[in-house]
Ligand binder design. Structure first.
Ligand SMILES: Nc1nc2c(ncn2[C@@H]2O[C@H](COP(=O)(O)OP(=O)(O)O)[C@@H](O)[C@H]2O)c(=O)[nH]1
Ligand SMILES: Nc1ncnc2c1ncn2[C@@H]1O[C@H](COP(=O)(O)OP(=O)(O)O)[C@@H](O)[C@H]1O
Length: 208
């Protein structure tokens, strides 16, 4: 039976650099995570493509997916739904691949409740001023949306205590290295390694 993959969850306030760090991480030659593309009711930004940045759907379509049990998790964030389609995550983990989710805190807590082996990483900004500047420099949101996102980020940073690791995004390269190190350590956890030995022994009673 193939070894099941690891589920890695990255959260952090809007504008901290989750997308930037994830893209840099995925370019690393020794990283082979599969990215779970989220579904959202938010309108696409300039340059965003349906099916690669997000699956952009209507509110009605999203709510139907919820009713049909097709979401691993979902949340409302600044007036829109965001969620992780269950099927892709399930089949990719079962095939033995590691899956990477980039999601906000409420959704991450639903994953925490349903996926006991997942690893939770919170990306932090050097300061709230730096965070606001990053949102302004990105230039994708109007000032009223930026202010809503900053307000939300104060709440989100308070939720950091529910995560396993906090990674500072001062420089993208530092954040990438730290996430890689976290994943390396997580692979060595006895409860991840043990199933392989249990199946080698063929008898769970031997290892008690
Ligand atoms: N719960 C949940 N949150 C998501 C999902 N996809 C994206 N998000 C989060 O929703 C928030 C808003 O995303 P977006 O509008 O793309 O803004 P950005 O992250 O600032 O570029 C961010 O915190 C995302 O991480 C998802 O599938 N589930
Ligand atoms: N370490 C960093 N130093 C400076 N700017 C950064 C850093 N990480 C990301 N940025 C910039 O901050 C802005 C927000 O990054 P983005 O990846 O879109 O954030 P998020 O996905 O968390 O909302 C972008 O303009 C990005 O280029």
């Amino acid at each position: 039976m193939p070894e099941k993959g690891m589920l890695i969850v990255l959260s952090g306030p809007s504008g901290v650099g989750k997308g930037t760090v994830r893209k840099a991480l995925f370019k690393e030659p020794d990283v082979d995570f599969k990215y779970s593309i989220s579904m959202t009711t938010r309108k696409p930004r300039k340059g965003e493509k349906n099916g690669s940045d997000y699956f952009f759907v209507s509110k009605e379509q999203f709510e139907q997916n919820i009713r049909e049990g097709k979401m691993l998790e979902y949340a409302k964030y600044v007036d829109n739904y965001y969620g992780t389609p269950l099927n892709y995550v399930q089949k990719t983990l079962n095939a033995g691949h590691d899956v990477f989710l980039e999601i906000e805190v409420n959704g991450a807590m639903q994953v925490r409740a349903n996926c006991p082996g997942a690893v939770f990483v919170f990306l932090t900004p050097p300061s709230l001023d730096v965070l606001k500047n990053r949102l302004i420099t990105r230039g994708t949101d109007k000032m009223d949306v930026i202010n809503k996102r900053i307000k939300k980020s104060v709440q989100e940073i308070g939720m950091m205590r529910n995560y396993d690791y906090a990674v500072l995004n001062d420089r993208v390269g530092n954040a990438v290295n730290n996430i890689k190190n976290i994943v390396k350590c997580e692979r060595l956890r006895v409860n991840r390694v043990m199933p392989k030995y249990l199946s080698m022994l063929g008898d769970k009673d031997h290892v008690n």
